[in-house]
Design a protein around this ligand. Structure first.
Ligand SMILES: [Zn+2]
Ligand SMILES: [Zn+2]
Length: 242
């Protein structure tokens, strides 16, 4: 590996609160600590996903301490894009969170008729909302103009996720799109996040396929926003005390 070490933070995990994931916050953080991670994002799906948590779940993340088992917890969401520039949690709720990620998911009320509509939805979203990371954009169910999205993300400092699960167990047919997106990020200097999208504690921090794709694409280490805990907190505008 050409990079100096593995990323210290996994920004993207799901707990039992998502309705289709299998571990608690405590279990995920314990697994993260055992793997040597220094930070982990608690990014359950937004309320629009069938079985997803109520908005109160996200308000109640204030009960979660900023550090557990020596691991920094980022209180977050993977919000659903439910229309052009529209997410499934109101702005005042999103603003309470450390980490706002957003992505397209099936059965959440929006699917563009074509590449242009999906791309417009993302461009509107970046212009309108405080979104830190766009998740798993390689999904062929939601085709996009990758160049237009990567360029705007670079301009606005939004990170594009290269999602490890997209190379194996989720969103079949994503892998080549993810590699292409990584190459565009390398060319344009777009911030990149490398995440597991773990739905069970055992796979927290599993990012090997995504890391390999990003490295082969020529993404510089400094472009990876979650490379260290310090770079992650800096990217999110947070201080080290929570
Ligand atoms: Zn997702
Ligand atoms: Zn996810």
């Amino acid at each position: 590996m050409a990079y100096p070490h593995l990323p210290e933070v996994d920004l993207h995990t799901h707990t039992i609160a998502s309705g289709h994931a299998f571990s608690t916050i405590s279990e995920i953080v314990a697994a993260a600590a055992a793997k040597g991670l220094r930070g982990v994002g608690m990014t359950d799906h937004g309320p629009a996903l069938p079985g997803g948590p109520h908005a109160y779940h996200f308000h109640a993340l204030r009960f979660v301490p900023p550090t557990l088992h020596g691991v920094r917890i980022l209180r977050g969401i993977e919000a659903n894009i439910i229309g052009p520039g529209e997410l499934d949690l109101p702005e005042h709720s999103l603003n309470r969170l450390d980490l706002v990620m957003a992505g397209f998911h099936e059965d959440c009320g929006f699917r563009g008729h074509d590449q242009a509509e999906n791309t417009e939805a993302l461009l509107h979203l970046m212009a309108k909302h405080r979104v830190h990371v766009l998740t798993h954009l390689g999904n062929p169910v939601f085709p996009i103009d990758a160049l237009a999205v990567a360029r705007r993300a670079a301009e606005l400092g939004v990170a594009i996720e290269i999602n490890n699960a997209s190379f194996s167990i989720s969103r079949k047919g994503s892998a080549e799109n993810c590699r292409q997106m990584a190459r565009l990020c390398a060319q344009l200097g777009t911030p990149v996040a490398i995440n597991s999208d773990a739905h069970i504690a055992a796979t927290v921090g599993c990012i090997e396929d995504a890391l390999q794709a990003v490295e082969e694409a020529g993404v510089r280490w400094e472009q990876i926003v979650n490379r260290t805990l310090a770079s992650t907190l800096d990217f999110l505008g947070l201080d080290s005390g929570g």
